[in-house]
Design a protein around this ligand. Structure first.
Ligand SMILES: [Zn+2]
Ligand SMILES: [Zn+2]
Length: 337
């Protein structure tokens, strides 16, 4: 089969490699839609020590089951995939927080992080644990289903921030997940949604928010939000997030998933006297992606407009450069294996 292979740090190619064997607990998925994410850039740059090269990346994909011995997952089932598979037995997994599995990276325990510690979906076929599968509702296309993981991440952050109906929400970071979060905030009944960010991406964001701001114009947002959700990943964005929250409000930081971003320049009294909840949010635990797909099926969130470019898998090189250089405001680049 054809697959993208990260050979070593900063070197990749599209190669012919064997179709993976579905191990115990896995099904074989024929990939139909697969996207590139900024995390893939961090992986290629060597910033995820758990990833071993050569590596097949890809963690935002959907497809069709073509081999399975699981009665509940017959061949022909259309599936979206979330990427964290816990061991199932550690304390965190038993709480449903398999995204925090204490056996991370230990394949022998059943743990897998698809596209990170095991091969991913930037390939024609991928072996996927049944624990990571979500059947796609009939209304959801493969292109939409490739957003299963992203939508779960955005929904999880909003739920972590205890969004209540009618509240004022600020989302920082108009990338793929931020734009999903803004739409989901509306779907969950937010009263007003403001997006903060920069670049071509913010132009697109106008459809998803009541108002948009660039960071340099955002001083008026200070202490205005019941809930701030951050998906930009910079220290500046985290600082802004904390200052935008009203006293007694909530701040959910979701962007800085890699190491090396340090927060300074915050007067701690802003948090203490402000009685703020400042929360980190990692990924999509507790099967939240399945509920996100339900909102997608109802048309309460739109993702097709966020797919700005399309390429066949063989043209990965061009697709990668389009995404990495954010050509024409690229948000998500879709590859069809
Ligand atoms: Zn991603
Ligand atoms: Zn575990």
């Amino acid at each position: 089969m054809r697959a993208v292979v990260f050979r070593r740090t900063n070197e990749f190619a599209v190669e012919a490699i064997p179709i993976p064997e579905a191990g115990h607990g896995d099904v074989l998925v024929r990939v139909r839609a697969s996207m590139i994410c900024a995390t893939d850039q961090k992986i290629l740059a060597g910033r995820f020590p758990a990833v071993r090269f050569p590596h097949v990346p890809g963690h935002e994909f959907s497809g069709e089951i073509v081999a399975s011995d699981h009665p509940s997952w017959p061949t022909g089932t259309r599936v979206g995939v979330e990427v964290h598979v816990g061991c199932g037995t550690c304390e965190r997994c038993r709480e449903g927080m398999y995204t925090l599995c204490q056996n991370y990276g230990k394949r022998e325990t059943g743990h897998a992080h698809i596209g990170f510690t095991v091969p991913g979906g930037l390939a024609e076929y991928v072996a996927v644990s049944v624990g990571a599968l979500h059947a796609l509702p009939g209304e959801v296309s493969f292109d939409e289903g490739a957003w299963t993981d992203n939508l779960g991440i955005a929904l999880s952050a909003l739920e972590r921030g205890r969004l209540a109906g009618g509240e004022r929400v600020i989302v920082i970071g108009p990338g793929a997940i931020g734009l999903c979060a803004a739409q989901l905030a509306r779907a969950l009944g937010a009263g007003r949604v403001v997006l903060v960010g920069r670049g071509d991406r913010l132009g697109r964001a106008r459809d998803y928010a009541d108002e948009t701001f660039t960071p340099d114009r955002s001083a008026s947002l200070k202490t205005t939000a019941d809930l701030v959700v951050e998906f930009a990943g910079t220290a500046e964005a985290a600082r802004d997030a904390i200052t935008f929250a009203r006293r007694g409000g909530r701040v959910v930081l979701g962007g800085a998933t890699g190491t090396g971003v340090e927060l300074s320049g915050i007067d701690l009294s802003t948090i203490v006297r402000g009685n703020l909840d400042v929360l980190g949010s990692l990924a999509n635990p507790k099967g939240v992606s399945g509920r996100a797909l339900s909102l997608l099926a109802q048309g309460k969130v739109r993702v097709l407009d966020l797919i700005t470019h399309r390429f066949p898998l063989a043209a990965f090189d061009e697709a990668w450069r389009t995404f990495a250089e954010r050509r024409e405001g690229a948000i998500r680049v879709m590859l069809t294996p």
